[in-house]
Design a protein around this ligand. Structure first.
Ligand code: FAD
Length: 392
């Protein structure tokens, strides 16, 4: 039986950070993962450049049943702390938009940095190693790792959520929690494109590929970003953001081009050149195909001069107060994150340790703390990993 101070399951963002911190503090750490390589989601993140943090990240950017839970960890390991680490390794980065920081080169540099930190902490990493059995007695966790026994006083679960099963995502963290009587808030896909009813989908099909700035809202979520029409439904940052606030049956409200009042644009166009059609007037502000779609949908094929201001206001409303009910989402297949997870009431917000099971920790995406799109989810992975790694 190999003995360790700490066994961490899951060599993703949170697990690597936690392992490095605990290792550097002199703990004997074993980090295991069933995948072939560590940090696979880091590698594909941000289009291969990893949006590794957001300079404005704070508790307000996260969804959780307990919106106070993330405060402590986020305050003790901030975006500036992660940037300092990235700078120490000479990794070049830039701010893209809305405080989102990306590597200039490749996301692989972030993985290499975390692996170097693990090496400095003498962390033993075993890949392609599934946990085949788990027992807890006499203050020790005994695991069978692909048939090999290993034990530790501390077990950290960092296996993430269910998003992108093709990349090895599993519900392992939830199974472990349930086994120890810890409540799991029903996991569901977040930051995910919407699908539409077949009727609406075929109507919007010709618009696939068009992106447009929108203000989108649903429940408590409201975002000003781009929306993208796709062959499968609606996507783009605005839609991904609001999807985390959506529940089946909810209506989503969209204001296309929130920076202008389209009713004013249309009435001014009517005054200036009444012989043009509504579609051409709209096309000065919207992509041409989109302008044509809304004009056709409203049955406005004649000259602007022949349309009342009221009719033009109705047309503008159909574009700037557009409401629809998504049929669903694309699900875990494409969701960037998993909402819900380990109930934060069961964990210490300082250390991520389970209150009822001393020595058992949950960190990262498996916990019921989910960030917006834009580097927030990695910031939570780093911060919760540090909180546990410094406490072990
Ligand atoms: P993960 O990074 O998912 O790591 C979990 C690890 O556990 C994996 O290595 C997995 O193989 C392993 N594992 C799972 N089950 C088992 C098991 N049963 N046994 C052993 N090992 C197991 N967030 C951002 O902030 N910025 C971005 O740019 C960004 N881009 C993204 C792009 C995509 C396409 C996706 C899917 C997500 C993106 N995210 C981004 C979200 C971010 O990747 C996650 O929130 C983050 O990786 C969570 O870290 P984690 O360590 O908790 O889980």
């Amino acid at each position: 039986m190999s003995e360790f101070d700490v066994i961490i399951v899951g060599a993703g963002a949170a697990g690597l950070m936690c392992a490095a911190r605990a290792g550097r503090r002199g703990r004997k750490v074993l980090l295991v993962d069933h995948a072939k390589k560590p940090g696979e989601k880091i590698r594909i993140s941000g289009g291969g450049r990893c949006n590794f943090t957001n300079i404005g990240a704070g508790p307000q950017n996260f969804l959780s049943e307990n919106r106070h839970f993330a405060k402590s960890a986020l305050a003790r390991f901030t975006p500036a702390d992660f940037i300092a680490m990235v700078d120490r390794y000479g990794i070049a980065w830039h701010e893209k938009t809305l405080g989102q920081l990306f590597c200039d080169g490749s996301a692989k540099e972030i993985i290499a940095m975390l692996l170097a930190e693990c090496e400095a902490g003498n962390v033993e990493i075993r890949l392609e190693t599934p946990v085949t059995a788990l027992e807890h007695s006499a203050d020790r966790f005994r695991l069978s790792l692909d048939g090999m026994p290993a034990s530790a006083r501390t077990l950290v679960i960092a296996t993430g959520g269910k998003s992108i099963p093709k990349m090895g995502a599993t519900g392992f963290a939830y199974e472990v929690a349930e086994r120890f009587g810890i409540r799991v808030i029903e996991p569901r896909p977040g930051l995910v494109p919407f699908t539409l009813d077949p009727g609406l989908q075929s109507e919007l099909q010709p618009l696939a590929g068009i992106g447009v700035p929108v203000e989108v809202s649903c429940g408590k979520g409201q975002f000003n970003e781009a929306m993208l029409f796709t062959h499968r439904g609606l996507s783009g940052p605005a839609v991904l953001q609001v999807s985390s606030y959506w529940s089946p049956g909810d209506t989503v409200m969209v204001k296309i081009r929130p920076d202008i009042e389209l009713a004013d644009v249309l009435t001014a166009a009517k005054r200036e050149n009444g012989r043009q059609g509504a579609a051409s007037a709209l096309a000065t502000q919207l992509p041409k195909r989109l302008a044509q779609y809304f004009a056709d949908r409203a049955g406005m094929t004649g000259h602007l001069a022949d349309l009342s201001d009221k009719a033009l206001a109705r047309l503008a409303d159909s574009i700037q107060d557009w409401r629809f009910k998504p049929a669903g989402t694309e699900g875990y297949r494409t969701a960037e994150v998993t909402l819900g997870g380990i109930d934060t009431k069961a964990l210490s917000s300082r250390t991520m340790e389970a209150r009822a099971v001393p020595g058992l920790y949950f960190i990262g995406e498996c916990v019921d703390v989910t960030g917006w799109l834009g580097g927030y989810n990695f910031q939570w992975a780093w911060a919760s990993g540090v909180a546990a790694g410094d406490a072990i």
